[in-house]
Structure formats: structure tokens, C-alpha cells
Design a protein around this ligand. Structure first.
Ligand code: AKB
Length: 309
């Protein structure tokens, strides 16, 4: 029986596009998508799964002879602040049960996403290094940092092949983000097309690291494809694309939609954003496995607006 790749959290912002991309590269019959709710659009096999249900997870893995897993199910920064216990439980227990299955050699390889949220208010904000002060101040950030420690521990102690990236804010036109602090950078495009105006929940000068989805997918699949000895960091790799503020992105949108206007009404997400870095040093990813981003703010804005009609 052929081996398959399972995407957990396939209905989320990254999951939706990742499943499509993996199907394109490896074929629909090699991919299994799973989420708590059925996504009608998927072309490959789909299994309903709550990642906290380990019995069901094992059943799916056995049924499809799954050997690789992209484990994306998580509560993002803003939602996890509303539901701290749920955020911690989902983000930690889900990861630990897949790591255990790797230890028991049920699965050979896993991708698990970390985030710039592992950094905190005492981290240097510019060109944030791979190794630096990390004192996350959100539940999401704490869970991602703890997750990184577990990934490295399982790799060093049991030799499991787990690979990870600290995603910046991700921007794509195909899927909606859910519950993140960087979500404004996706909503702004839809509102610019629909209303020609947008009220931003972050202040105008809040600069954050961001990345276009096609770059994020290339990085994710690229990291999973390189030989294991190239993956020298088993906690999670810093990864950079671009950095911008709401004011910068609004100015770029205005080049395409001159009538576009933006107003600012910072809310509970502002302190989360203020605790994160503004730009990231990703030289280890570039050196170890050849990472190189393609999209800057101008190229991304054009592509987003070309696709959102
Ligand atoms: C969020 O805003 O929570 C995420 C992230 C940066 O991890 N997009």
C-alpha cells in the first residue's frame, strides 16, 4: 500500500492552500485532508478529525498508511487570548500526541508551524535573531514556544524527524485567516475591493513581519523535502518575507485603488502586535536549506488585488 501525507487542520488559512499545493505536486491520491469540519472543496480524501481525539487520529493514520503529517490545527493569537485554556490544550496536546506517534515510529516525518509569537516584549525588535530573548506574553506564544522545546526534545532524545518554521503573518487571497493579530493584512484587501475603505484594528505604525502565502507554501514544502541532515534546527526556523505597517499597505493599495481610505481603531490585538518583532533575521533558513523569499509588498499587493475581484 502506498504511503500518504495527512494534513491536520486542512480547513484553516494555511491548510486549505497547502492541501491544494500538495495535491498538485504529489497527486490527489497521495494526500489526506482532515479537519473538525468537512471542507466541501477538497479534491483528495477527507477525514473528519478533532486532533485531541488520538484514537481517531491513529485510525486515520492506519487506514491511509500515513507516513508524513502536516499538523496545522491551532488557535491563533487573538482567539487564544479569548479562550486561554482551550488555546493551550489544543495547541499543546495536539502536538504532543503526534510527537508520541513519531516516537513509536507510526509516522516518519512531521511539519509543525511555530510563529513570530514565540518572541515577546523583551526581544530585540529589529532583525530579530534566531537565538535571542524569548518571553512571549500571549497564550499562543507560550504554547508555540513550549511546542518548539518539545519538538527539539523529541528530535534529540528519540530521533524524530520534526521540522518547523516560525511563520510571520501570512497573506493569501484563497482562504480567510481565523483569529490572528495579523489578519488585518488579509481583510484590508477584501474591504478595499468591496467598500474602498477599511477600519484597521492596529495603529497605523504597527510594523510586523509578514509573508505572501505562495512564499510560505514554498518554504513549508521545501523544508519538508530537503534531506534530514540539512535541517539543523529542530526547534523552529526564523523565516522572513517582508515587513510593513497598516499605513504602508494602505499606501500600496492606493496605488491601485486611488479612492481607498483607511481609519484606525486599535483594540485588544494592539498590545499583542506591540509585543512582537518588526523584522526577522532568517539567515539560518537561507544557509541551511536554501530559503529565499520572492514577494515584497508591491508584488504581493498587485497579486492580491488581481485575484480579489
Ligand atoms: C497570528 O496573528 O496569530 C498569526 C501568527 C503571526 O502566528 N498570524
Amino acid at each position: 500500500m502506498d504511503t500518504k501525507t495527512l494534513v491536520i487542520g486542512a480547513g484553516g488559512q494555511i491548510g486549505k492552500e497547502l492541501v491544494q499545493e500538495l495535491c498538485k505536486i504529489y497527486g490527489n491520491d497521495k494526500i489526506v485532508a482532515s479537519d473538525i469540519r468537512k471542507d466541501e472543496g477538497v479534491k483528495c480524501d477527507f477525514e473528519t478529525l478533532d486532533v485531541l481525539d488520538t484514537k481517531r487520529l491513529v485510525e486515520i493514520i492506519k487506514k491511509h498508511n500515513v507516513k508524513e503529517v502536516y499538523h496545522l490545527a491551532a488557535l491563533l493569537s487573538a482567539t487564544a487570548e479569548q479562550f486561554p485554556e482551550k488555546g493551550w490544550k489544543l495547541n499543546m496536546e495536539g502536538l504532543l500526541s503526534v510527537l508520541e506517534l513519531m516516537k513509536d515510529k507510526v509516522i516518519d516525518k512531521m511539519f509543525w508551524p511555530s510563529s513570530i509569537a514565540v518572541f515577546g516584549p523583551n526581544t530585540p525588535k529589529q532583525n530579530t535573531p534566531q537565538y535571542t530573548i524569548m518571553e512571549p506574553s500571549t497564550v499562543y506564544g507560550i504554547s508555540k514556544q513550549a511546542g518548539e522545546r518539545w519538538c527539539e526534545y523529541y528530535n534529540k532524545r528519540y530521533g524524530v524527524d520534526v521540522r518547523s518554521i516560525r511563520y510571520p503573518g501570512l497573506i493569501g487571497w484563497q482562504s480567510a485567516p481565523g483569529g490572528g493579530t495579523t489578519d488585518y493584512a488579509v481583510h484590508i484587501f477584501h474591504e478595499a475591493r468591496k467598500q474602498k475603505k477599511y477600519e484597521c484594528f492596529l495603529s497605523e505604525d504597527t510594523t510586523l513581519p509578514m509573508m505572501y502565502m505562495s512564499d510560505a507554501l514554498r518554504a513549508t514544502i521545501g523544508l519538508m523535502q530537503v534531506p534530514s541532515d540539512k535541517v539543523k534546527i529542530r526547534s523552529s526556523y526564523n523565516l522572513a518575507g517582508m515587513s510593513f505597517s497598516p499605513k504602508d499597505i494602505a499606501a500600496e493599495i492606493k496605488k491601485h485603488i486611488p479612492e481607498f481610505t483607511i481609519t484606525y481603531k486599535p483594540d485588544y490585538r494592539q498590545p499583542i502586535a506591540d509585543s512582537w518583532p518588526q523584522s526577522i533575521d532568517d539567515s539560518f533558513a537561507r544557509e541551511h536549506w536554501g530559503w529565499k523569499h520572492q514577494y515584497d509588498l508591491a508584488a504581493m499587493t498587485k497579486d492580491m488585488l488581481d485575484h480579489i475581484k
